[in-house]
Design a protein around this ligand. Structure first.
Ligand SMILES: C[S@@+](CC[C@H](N)C(=O)[O-])C[C@H]1O[C@@H](n2cnc3c(N)ncnc32)[C@H](O)[C@@H]1O
Length: 372
């Protein structure tokens, strides 16, 4: 029998004042959860062991620091005006923080969170790579792969999303494509050596594949980088076979008027960090996809599972840092965070505010389209 804690009702509701959402609390679960929480505080290794993280960093440093002049990168950097590499090379403190928390050489997405609302701080105690994997899993579910189909994973980053597709659909043939040659190098190093999984350096807006060569196209959390998304949609339509399906997971303005914040200092900071010019609004996304020839199958708003808990986790970390007892615990769980300077933490506070500003005006969407 569980001991009943007199401070908690048998069941009740907690209201999150930020989002206005309410959460049902179940005492049985809560006491289990309390025990788990305490034991995870004691076990300082809930997050990947530091040595593992340091090794991941070493792999990434060796791949990102070497200046490889991949043809495609230099062409694209000169034609798009984006320095996409700057978003991922550790030159901004947010990326360095993400690398300490979860972003290794495998996945580079915000993640699909289990702990949300008032429980978001718990994300500080878990290995966030699972959260990132869950996001890929959700996208693959929407892709609805069948048997020996051919799949293009556009902007595959360092290759783990393509590798996951390969593991989940062993008969399918997967091609991962990314703009940055050094990402492709890491992907090949980590996930190469399978006849049905390959990686190529290329540009989403100029796909070098024959028309009608793929059954499925996925583009997960990357199209916001593309200066010409309509061109990408046309290219994706072209390379799909008739009846083919595409999943695009991307940020979008909530309403057309939200775009007005584009030049506000907060948005500028976020745009500089992540290297993007503008977003589509949700309706514009669907319209542009229709113009490219697609039919809309499904549109899902994942903001509640991705951007909102990501923001809340980020803010929890900043809050925890100001409370010495909790700070010691969190730094005990992830000692890599000790390497951030006071100046870094101040910058992170500004960055968190700026992200919240953009988050309130945007949504994190999953679009499913078909060709015919
Ligand atoms: C946020 S990461 C997402 C990576 C991967 N989908 C994942 O979930 O881990 C965005 C990726 O988009 C890639 N990218 C940006 N612009 C691109 C373009 N024009 N063509 C192909 N890839 C691009 C970047 O190199 C980066 O790897």
């Amino acid at each position: 029998m569980q001991a009943v804690n007199p401070h908690f009702p048998e069941s009740g509701r907690i209201r999150d004042s930020r989002s206005g959402q309410t959460w049902r609390v179940d005492l049985g679960r809560l006491t289990c959860f309390q025990r788990w929480f305490r034991s995870s505080l004691r076990a300082k290794e809930t997050v990947a062991a530091p040595s593992e993280l340091l090794m991941q960093d070493a792999v990434m440093e060796s791949s990102t620091m070497d200046r490889v002049d991949g043809n495609c990168e230099s062409i694209v950097e000169s034609t798009t005006g984006q320095d996409v590499h700057a978003a991922y090379d550790g030159s901004n403190v947010l990326f360095r923080l993400l690398r300490m928390i979860s972003w290794g050489p495998g996945l580079m997405n915000l993640g699909y969170f289990r702990f949300r609302g008032p429980f978001a701080f718990l994300n500080l105690l878990i290995n966030l790579e699972n959260t990132q994997r869950r996001l890929v899993g959700k996208s693959i579910e929407l892709l609805d792969v069948k048997g020996a189909q051919k799949i293009l994973d556009v902007a595959c980053g360092r290759g783990k999303s393509s590798f996951m597709m390969h593991c989940l659909n062993p008969e399918a043939t997967i091609v991962g494509l990314d703009l940055l040659q050094r990402n492709i190098d890491v992907a090949r190093l980590l996930f190469g050596c399978s006849p049905r999984l390959s990686y190529e350096n290329g540009n989403a807006m100029h796909l070098e594949f024959e028309s009608g060569s793929f059954d499925r196209v996925q583009c997960l959390e990357a199209a916001f980088h593309f200066p010409d998304r309509s061109r990408f949609l046309q290219e994706a339509f072209r390379v799909l076979k008739p009846g083919g399906r595409m999943v695009v997971v991307d940020f979008a303005w909530r309403q057309p008027e939200d775009r007005k914040c584009l030049e506000d200092p907060e948005t500028r900071l976020v745009r500089d960090i992540w290297q993007w010019d503008d977003l589509y609004d949700v309706e514009e996304y669907k319209r542009e996809a229709r113009n490219a020839g697609f039919k809309e199958v499904e549109t899902v708003d994942w903001s509640d599972r991705v951007t909102a808990p990501f923001q809340a986790t980020f803010e929890s970390l900043l809050a925890v840092r100001k409370r010495p007892w909790l700070r010691r615990r969190v730094l005990g769980v992830n000692p890599l965070l000790n390497s951030l300077s006071e100046d870094d933490w101040k910058q992170l506070e500004e960055i968190a505010k700026a992200h919240d500003y953009v988050r309130r005006r945007s949504q994190y969407m999953a679009f499913v389209f078909t060709k015919g």
